[in-house]
Design a protein around this ligand. Structure first.
Ligand SMILES: [Zn+2]
Length: 166
């Protein structure tokens, strides 16, 4: 099962490049790490590959968890890396200052979750050994997308960004 960024027009099947068709949304209850009582309800969109030989089901990232819903990952990474500053805000395509600050706080708060997920995965899978936010951030400009893919493709999730679900 692969994750698919939710779009009007879904990308091709990651396995066979066939056409994906939206199927349904499924509710998943996710307990917040460390907080016994806190639960999130996630609506997870599912897509079915239309190629009969493949017919795989793929899940989409839940809208409210994904920066992509409002801004693409590159934009968020740019904010994070200080390339887009509040001075750029007259440009329409940039998020407002308050939203930018929320994203940065969200990311900062999630570094332990990101690293913790990779550490747990490394116990079962050598490919995750030594992987951290820091390492990925250093290696690729598309670090946010890479991190999200790695986490969601291996059963992990990050808490919703504050203010992103509206
Ligand atoms: Zn397929």
């Amino acid at each position: 099962m692969f994750f698919v960024i939710v779009e009007e027009d879904p990308p091709p099947c990651p396995i066979c490049k066939g056409k994906l068709k939206y199927r349904d949304r499924r509710i998943r209850v996710r307990k917040k790490e460390g907080e016994e009582q806190e639960k999130d309800l996630l609506l997870i969109p599912r897509y079915r590959c239309q190629n009969r030989d493949c017919n795989h089901m793929h899940i989409g990232l839940p809208d409210c968890l994904v920066p992509h819903k409002h801004y693409d990952a590159e934009e968020i990474s740019g904010v994070w890396d200080g390339m887009v500053t509040e001075d750029d805000l007259d440009s329409e395509k940039h998020p407002c200052a308050a939203t930018m600050r929320r994203w940065i706080i969200w990311l900062l708060g999630n570094i332990p979750n990101i690293d913790g997920h990779f550490r747990r995965k490394a116990e079962q899978d050598d490919r995750f050994r030594g992987l951290t936010y820091e390492v990925i951030h250093r290696r690729t400009q598309r670090w946010l997308e890479v991190i999200l893919r790695l986490i969601y493709n291996t059963g992990g999730a990050l808490p919703a960004a504050p203010g992103a679900c509206t």
